[in-house]
Design a protein around this ligand. Structure first.
Ligand SMILES: NC(=O)c1ccc[n+]([C@@H]2O[C@H](COP(=O)([O-])OP(=O)(O)OC[C@H]3O[C@@H](n4cnc5c(N)ncnc54)[C@H](O)[C@@H]3O)[C@@H](O)[C@H]2O)c1
Ligand SMILES: [Zn+2]
Length: 431
């Protein structure tokens, strides 16, 4: 009997159907019409609305005889409060389905709207334990179609919705397979207007999704789970690996170009492909240390206001917050799987193994160096010091990271509080 195995023998992998390519958005009326939808809520933010892309989607839906309404109230990096407001807006009408047009913020807001307008209960009931009740939706959700306009989160293919719980100063999420969009429509033309700093930050999110899922604890090293216990994140696995091995060379070839020459459609296409592939990878395998450390960095920000983002509130954008501890985190995880770290470094920076100057001769430094070289070239801050944290903040950052037990459990090495403190200390200045 297979159930006698004490360690896991099974992995699961899921992603929605994908329509990818230049002009894909123009076919959205046909696609949603085929699903039999009529009243559709388009969910977006003001920055994306200013590009005219959601309006183009609405016109395409009208052309196919559907009845779209545009909601532009998404908060850049959603909070419990912004999600509640969005859900309240959506409750007034009976929708047939939802169309998210925007970055992760818009797609995640659409996931929350879909969940809470179709299933009973409060937002907190569904948020992952221990912050929320970890409840699973009891009934079906409506179709959600996602059009990502950043080469970023991969949220169009994941089963996660990430939010800030303001009162607790903690970033957490809701994860359930029912949250996954039913179709991802991915059109590189929608990303040509993304400003340089947003291109840089969102691209680093892609990079960290790829590197963290590739080096995550392997699915076979977990204790055997019962079917009802299987989580969305299963650990690194052969299918996720295959997508990541495709994503990294695309980032290597086109990330710098996409930031420096935003109108370069070939570079934008590579980046969006990399984001999709990384989403299909990490959305099943999971992420670990850089994402766990990022949540308190973003949640405890004081005065940092990055260019190209809304200036009303201080923020460390998700991708930026994730990248700041990545060099130190991968230096820490290296001994758990040197061959995976070296393969990732070689895919990201093919020259990395051949240099013999400085630290480059030390295999453990190859991946951190490849990340730092990219971060410098695309104008990212040099570490948590540059976004306003000092040595005295480290205990607070460690305490915030320890709340991310679900993600920390995906790390390939056991992590103690003093290891986290060392990672933050080494990340004050990466160069
Ligand atoms: N659900 C998941 O699987 C998942 C994974 C990673 C991150 N996230 C979450 O996603 C959010 C971040 O999403 P993001 O990084 O995609 O950015 P975002 O959605 O927050 O958008 C960032 C900024 O870029 C602007 N923008 C977006 N597309 C544009 C375009 N085409 N042209 C011009 N401006 C544009 C927006 O108006 C906004 O000001 C965070 O809350 C993060 O925690 C979710
Ligand atoms: Zn991320």
């Amino acid at each position: 009997m297979a159930t006698e195995y004490r360690t896991e023998t099974i992995f699961t992998w899921g992603a929605p159907p994908l329509k990818f390519g230049v002009g894909a958005l123009d076919e959205i009326g046909f696609d949603l019409g085929q699903m039999g939808l009529s009243r559709v809520l388009i969910v977006t933010d003001e920055g994306v609305a200013a590009t005219g892309i959601p309006q183009r989607a609405a016109e395409a839906l009208q052309g196919a005889g559907l009845k779209p309404t545009i909601f532009t109230g998404v908060h850049v990096e959603p909070t419990d409060q912004s999600l509640r407001e969005a859900v309240d807006f959506a409750r007034d009408t009976e929708w047939d389905g939802f169309l998210a047009v925007g970055g992760g913020s818009s797609i995640d807001t659409a996931k929350a709207i879909n969940l809470l307008t179709t299933n009973p209960g409060d937002l907190m009931d569904y948020i992952n334990k221990p912050v929320g009740g970890g409840k699973a939706p009891s009934g079906p959700l409506k179709p959600l179609i996602a059009v990502p306009t950043t080469a970023g989160t991969g949220s169009e293919s994941t089963a996660m919705c990430i939010l800030d719980v303001l009162a607790l100063r903690v970033k957490t999420g809701i994860s359930h397979p029912k949250l996954r969009p039913v179709l991802a429509v991915v059109d590189p033309l929608t990303t040509l207007t993304v400003p340089p700093h947003v291109t840089a930050a969102t691209g680093l999110d892609v990079l960290c999704h790829a590197l963290e899922s590739y080096t995550a604890k392997h699915y076979e090293s977990y204790a055997r789970r019962l079917p009802e216990q299987r989580a969305v994140y299963v650990g690194s696995n052969p299918v996720s690996d295959a997508f990541i091995e495709k994503a990294l060379p695309l980032l290597s070839r086109s990330f710098r170009r996409a930031v420096l020459t935003g109108h370069d459609l070939a570079a934008r296409t590579d980046m969006l492909m990399a984001a999709s592939f990384a989403g299909m990878g990490f959305g099943n395998a999971g992420v670990h240390l850089p994402h766990a450390c990022a949540y308190p960095i973003a949640g405890r920000v004081r005065g940092y206001r990055p260019p190209d983002y809304p200036q009303a509130e201080a923020m460390v954008p998700h991708g930026e917050s994730v990248s700041l501890t990545a060099p130190a985190a991968f230096r820490f995880t290296f001994p758990a799987s040197p061959e995976r770290h070296l393969r990732a470094a070689a895919l990201l920076d093919p020259g990395t193994g051949h240099r013999s100057t400085g630290d480059a001769g030390d295999p453990r430094e190859r991946l951190p160096r490849a990340i730092v070289s990219l971060m410098r070239d695309i104008g990212m801050p040099s570490g948590i010091g540059a976004v306003g944290f000092i040595e005295d903040d480290i205990p607070d950052l460690v305490e915030g990271t320890l709340k991310q037990q679900r993600i920390l459990a995906m790390a390939p090495r056991e992590v103690m509080p003093e290891d986290l403190a060392a990672i933050f200390r080494n990340s004050i200045d990466n160069w």
